[in-house]
Design a protein around this ligand. Structure first.
Ligand code: AMP
Length: 210
């Protein structure tokens, strides 16, 4: 199965992508994680990407398209893959459909107020990339990853002013993909407002029926 996971920042794409990838033995390809790995390794691409990501903007199409085109040629993708955070523009989507078959694009929808709230609470493990939600006012510095023990951090691009800009960028550049895939009869929409397990259940039902 070759899947795309769409949705605004904070919709739970990363969390759901990990669950879907595990259940259906798909390679989980997160362009955000790939870029953060480049940043951590201080590669030239990482240095260029950091400034763009910290502003809440999108990395240029040609860079991202090249990254994904190479990634899906890797052996772990032969049984299928799940794209998390790609495509984010119509140009990326058109290019993707030119170099790969895609079975379905699943869009996780949540209202804007919930996005802002979720992003304010989001913490991530810098080591294993798991995401967590913490309550405001709690001393998040005390929280450590339950999987690997690393200290959780707030992503630089989850700061409120950057989140607002990311939402504008999403509305302008990424939301049009919903219509793009709908018009090709490739879109499934899922309500993302429930708990992690409820949303995962909604997604699994798309593939497995009631
Ligand atoms: P994410 O972890 O998916 O929220 O991605 C974090 C940031 O990485 C985004 O806000 C963008 O700046 C950049 N990024 C990730 N995927 C893409 C993409 N497909 N196209 C352009 N920029 C991307």
């Amino acid at each position: 199965m070759k899947l795309i996971l769409l949705g605004p920042p904070g919709a739970g794409k990363g969390t759901q992508a990990a669950k879907i990838a595990e259940r259906y033995s798909l390679a989980h390809i997160s362009t955000g994680d790939m870029l953060r790995a480049e940043i951590a390794s201080e590669t030239p691409l990482g240095k260029e990407a950091k400034a763009i990501i910290d502003r809440g903007e999108l990395v240029p199409d040609e860079i991202i398209i090249g990254m994904v085109a190479n990634r899906i040629k890797q052996p772990d993708c032969v049984n299928g893959f799940l794209l998390d955070g790609f495509p984010r523009t119509i140009a990326q989507a058109e290019s993707l459909l030119g170099f790969s078959e895609i079975d379905r694009a699943v869009c996780i929808s949540i209202p804007d107020e919930m996005i802002i709230d979720r992003m304010a609470k989001r913490r991530v493990c810098p080591a294993c990339k798991r995401t967590y939600s913490v309550e405001p006012g709690s001393r998040w510095e005390q929280f450590f990853c339950t999987e690997c023990g690393a200290r959780l951090i707030t992503r630089d691009d989850d700061k409120p002013e950057t989140v607002r800009h990311r939402l504008e960028v999403y509305a302008e550049q990424t939301y049009p993909l919903v219509e793009f895939f709908r018009s090709r009869d490739m879109l499934s929409e899922v309500d993302g407002t429930g708990t992690v397990d409820e949303v995962a259940g909604n997604i699994f039902r798309l593939f497995e029926g009631e």
